[in-house]
Design a protein around this ligand. Structure first.
Ligand code: IPD
Ligand code: CA
Ligand code: CA
Length: 265
């Protein structure tokens, strides 16, 4: 029998919180719910974003009463200390609001600035992606690895657009065209956290985007690193989840080649 991975108490708490929020989202999916717009016309928020976030924070507070939070809907809260939970209760709100079942819950834990736990949950497929620093990355308890494809021409990539796409930040439209011109399959599925988790699971060879918030990518970054992949700025330098700069996350093997396309202008 294959022994399932056991995690640290706080990673376990993040998994539980993601499952609780996922159940709420499953119940709300397809129902009549309130939807409103945030700063951008297409940046939606539903009552389920808020409900799921409240449930996650309540659960995590029980597990670590002295931690602080950076959560999409409630911002920065809690006591300042070594532990910071970075939470996106519903990544892919536009999909959720349009009855498209590609959305996720993303929870990461930073300890003194280092991401030590990362959990992404896809309620629709009941897939739980978990990484713990130095311990590897797991899909429903089984170890996962990035793909072994080493040529960009044989790759499938995922991307996402920021809500201010019309401003063309970082010339992302031209860079998207450069990648499209390669003629390889490109997917834009609408949940950055899940795109990163899929890359960690070897379903995509890589993911690129601009302007992500910390809660979109914190858990996914650790998933990629612990699954043997590579994360950087498009210029191959260090990427900080708090920077909102361009991100390239790949299986490592196609990283240089992809970065050389994304970095040229
Ligand atoms: C968005 C999704 C989308 C990405 C956007 C994010 P939200 O998060 O991850 O795929 O392209 O940049 O803001 O608003 O659905 O939580
Ligand atoms: Ca998000
Ligand atoms: Ca969100």
């Amino acid at each position: 029998m294959v022994k399932e991975k056991t995690f640290s108490r706080l990673t376990q708490a993040a998994c539980e919180a993601a499952l609780i929020a996922g159940e709420l989202l499953r119940q709300g999916f397809g129902s009549q719910f309130k939807v409103s717009s945030k700063e951008g016309r297409h940046n939606l928020v539903t009552e389920y974003d808020t409900k799921a976030e409240q449930a996650i924070l309540a659960h995590l507070k029980k597990a670590a009463s002295t931690s602080s939070f950076l959560a999409e809907e409630s911002g920065a809260t809690g006591q300042l200390g070594d532990l910071l939970w970075v939470v996106d209760p519903l990544d892919g709100t536009v999909n959720f609001a349009h009855n498209i079942p590609f959305f996720s819950v993303s929870i990461a834990l930073e300890e003194k600035g280092d991401i030590v736990s990362g959990v992404v949950y896809h309620p629709h497929s009941n897939e739980l992606f978990v990484a713990e620093k130095g311990e590897g990355a797991f899909l429903n308890g089984k170890k996962m690895q990035v793909s072994s494809v080493s040529r960009l021409e044989q790759s499938i990539l995922a991307t996402g657009f920021p809500y201010n796409l019309a401003d063309n930040p970082f010339h992302c439209i031209e860079h998207f065209i450069d990648i499209v011109k390669l003629g390889i399959p490109i997917r834009k599925l609408g949940s950055a956290a899940l795109d990163l988790a899929y890359t960690a699971a070897g379903r995509f060879e890589g993911f690129f985007a601009v302007g992500l918030s910390p809660w979109d990518c914190a858990a996914g970054v650790l998933l990629i690193q612990e699954a043997g992949g590579q994360v950087s700025h498009w210029n191959e330098k260090y990427f900080s989840i708090h920077s909102r700069l361009p991100i390239l996350a790949t299986n490592g093997r196609i990283h240089k080649q992809t970065a050389s396309i994304l970095h040229k202008l």
